[in-house]
Every structure is written in structure tokens, then in C-alpha cells.
Ligand binder design. Structure first.
Ligand SMILES: [Zn+2]
Length: 379
């Protein structure tokens, strides 16, 4: 009797261990590789080892270089990668990467390993080593398990002298004691999120030689008129207003982009506007920038899509805060605080930095495209 109970106990323990381990394997994420245009290149099943995501060496052929060869010496556990005219030598279990064109070996944090019978590379290899082999930049979105490989020109466009004179106005919405904006169930407040993103855009943008001004840089109340005055007084080249969304449905989530268009999808039956009134004049003035606002919004959309689960939608409405701004202007809703996933993301400082980095990159890409079209011969 005792023996049988013990047997059953062991059997149950075995089941528990089995379920636990298979559950661990099942958690290894699928990693999506996308190109500079955010188009999917491939989805790759990863293997998790000690919390590190590993991908088969073959992945490189699909996402980086179809011509690559990767002979593997089984007894010595040595992997040689021949790609883009360079030769790399890696030893399984060791963190050094010898690149024949470089004097010093490159050191990874996690070594390549033989997993499930084949040599595998840590995801860090894709991030850090590929830019050493070709003119590419690699971005990794850990939350969505997405890797974007794009030409370096897209990632770090040369900011011209013209762009250095640009002033970009970032408008973190709300502020002060009585204008909190919307709020999540776990206490994330819109006015704090947008200020954090705005300040990060300013810090990163200034590092890149862009002149970024904020309509508020602390937790203070600013009226719409004050924001518009600050903006127009600074004679900026771009205006970006930051907000968060809220919905009665907890399922609504994701970022949204808005452009002010008096003739947009929503047509208000408003009282007739006096022809010589200030408002009419203002709307017409912002309308002059409609095309540029659309261009800037579509660059933002393309770049921010990398951080978004679902493609971001651009809507055109009459938007009062943008209507009086005399420059290309876009409003970005960073996510729904009424949604648990969005609220969690927006309370994560890493996500804030990623969003800010992406916005700065979009500003650079847009500014370069404007300068190029103004100066098609690069003169
Ligand atoms: Zn708001």
C-alpha cells in the first residue's frame, strides 16, 4: 500500500515536471522580422534558454543575406559565417565573435549555443553584430517580439544645416491640479504620461541637434490659447500634440493619429462662420499646411507601427487645438488608459523611451524629405 502511494506520488511529480517544462517551451515567442517599411520578412519560432531568446542560424539567410554560407564543425562546435564579403567565427558556448575585418573580437552578453541539435544565435547577435557587417540599423521591440532591419539611412538620416534651424513644438496635453486628462484603473494619469514622453523627445531630439520646445515642461495648467501663442511665437516647423485616449470599452487599444481637416470625415453643422472673423482666417491658415501635416502623420504612422500591435489609423477631423497653429500639425494619442495592456505599457519607462526615440526618428525622416524636395539636386 505504501509502495503504491509512493509510486503514485512519483508519477504525479513526473506529470507536474513534464507540464512545467513543456509549458516553459511553449512560452518561447515567435519573433517577427520586418523591413524598413515595416513589411513582414518572416516569422521565426525561437527557443528560450535561461531567459534568452535564441534563433536558428538559417534565419540570417532570410532576413539579412540570402547568399550567406554557414558551415558548422560539429566536433569542434565551431560556426563560420561567410556574409557580405566578411568571415565570422563563433564558438558554441563562448561570447567572442571574431570578425576577419576587425582587429578586436566583438563580445556578446550571451553565447551562441547548440539547442535542439542545431547551432543557434541569441537575438542580441542580430541587434549588435549585423550593423557591423552592413549599412543596416536593427531595432528590437521586446514587448511585441519584433525585429526591424532597415537601411542605416532610414534610421539616422543626415540632419542638414537647414534642419538644425528647425524648431519643433511638442505639446504635452493637460496639466496642473484640475486638468488630469484621462486616468487608468491602476492610477496612470494622462498628464504625466504625455509630459514624460514630451520631455524624452526633447532630451533625445536635442542630442540629435534638433531644436525641440515644449508648450509645458512641468505639471502646470496651460490654456489652449497659451499653447497656441507659445507655438506660433516660436515659429516652429512642426507641431505635435500628445494625448492619451479613454473608452467605455476596455477592449479599445492602440495609438491613433489625427490631423486637423475642417472638411474631414466629421462634418459639423456649425453656425455659419463670419467671413472676416478671426476663426475663419485661422482655419484657412492651418488648412494651408494640410498636405504637410498628412505627410508628417504618415511618416509617424510608418515608424510608430513598429511599436503597435495593430496598424495605426490616421483620422482627419476638425480639431480645435490644431486649428490655430500655423505650421504642419499632428495630434498623437499614445494609447487607451482604459485598456489594461496600453496602461501597463504607458507606465513602463522603457516604452516611453522607445516611443520618444521613434518620434524623433520620424521628425528626422520627415525633415530630410522636406529638405530634399526643396533641394532636389542636394544643392
Ligand atoms: Zn487628452
Amino acid at each position: 500500500m505504501w509502495l503504491r502511494t509512493l509510486d503514485t506520488l512519483f508519477f504525479l511529480l513526473f506529470i507536474v515536471i513534464l507540464v512545467f517544462t513543456t509549458h516553459g517551451i511553449a512560452q518561447a515567442p515567435t519573433v517577427r522580422f520586418v523591413d524598413g517599411e515595416s513589411k513582414t520578412l518572416t516569422d521565426v519560432e525561437s527557443t528560450l534558454h535561461q531567459g534568452i531568446i535564441y534563433l536558428p542560424v538559417e534565419t540570417l539567410k532570410t532576413v539579412f543575406d540570402p547568399e550567406m554560407t554557414h558551415p558548422y564543425h560539429h566536433p569542434k562546435k565551431q560556426l563560420t559565417l561567410k556574409t557580405k564579403g566578411k568571415e565570422l567565427r563563433l564558438q558554441m558556448g563562448e561570447t567572442t565573435v571574431n570578425i576577419d575585418s576587425e582587429k578586436e573580437p566583438f563580445i556578446l552578453n550571451s553565447p551562441p549555443r547548440v539547442l535542439q541539435g542545431q547551432p543557434m544565435l541569441p537575438i542580441e547577435f542580430f541587434q549588435k553584430v549585423l550593423p557591423r557587417l552592413d549599412d543596416v540599423a536593427v531595432l528590437y521591440n521586446r514587448t511585441l517580439q519584433r525585429v526591424r532591419i532597415m537601411p542605416k539611412t532610414v534610421w539616422a538620416p543626415e540632419t542638414t544645416d537647414d534642419t538644425h534651424e528647425w524648431v519643433i513644438i511638442i505639446d504635452p496635453g493637460h496639466g496642473g491640479k484640475d486638468d488630469l486628462g484621462c486616468k487608468s484603473q491602476n492610477g496612470v494619469i494622462e498628464k504625466d504620461v504625455v509630459l514624460a514622453v514630451g520631455k524624452e523627445i526633447q532630451r533625445l531630439g536635442n542630442q540629435q541637434g534638433l531644436s525641440i520646445r515644449l508648450t509645458r515642461d512641468q505639471d502646470v495648467k496651460k490654456s489652449r490659447i497659451q499653447r497656441v501663442q507659445t507655438t506660433n511665437r516660436n515659429q516652429g516647423q512642426l507641431f505635435l500634440s500628445l494625448h492619451c485616449n479613454a473608452s467605455f470599452s476596455p477592449n479599445h487599444k492602440g495609438m491613433r493619429l489625427y490631423i486637423n481637416n475642417p472638411n474631414g470625415q466629421l462634418r459639423f453643422k456649425a453656425a455659419p462662420i463670419p467671413v472676416f472673423g478671426k476663426k475663419r482666417l485661422n482655419i484657412l491658415t492651418q488648412a494651408n499646411f494640410l498636405k504637410q501635416s498628412q505627410d508628417f502623420a504618415s511618416v509617424l504612422q510608418k515608424e510608430l507601427n513598429f511599436l503597435a500591435e495593430d496598424p495605426i489609423v490616421i483620422s482627419e477631423f476638425p480639431i480645435i487645438i490644431l486649428a490655430d497653429v500655423y505650421m504642419p500639425a499632428v495630434l498623437l494619442e499614445l494609447g487607451y488608459l482604459s485598456n489594461v495592456d496600453d496602461a501597463t505599457r504607458l507606465s513602463n519607462p522603457n516604452h516611453i523611451v522607445q516611443v520618444a526615440e521613434t518620434i524623433v526618428r520620424a521628425i528626422q525622416i520627415y525633415s530630410v524629405s522636406v529638405n530634399q524636395s526643396a533641394n532636389p539636386n542636394g544643392l
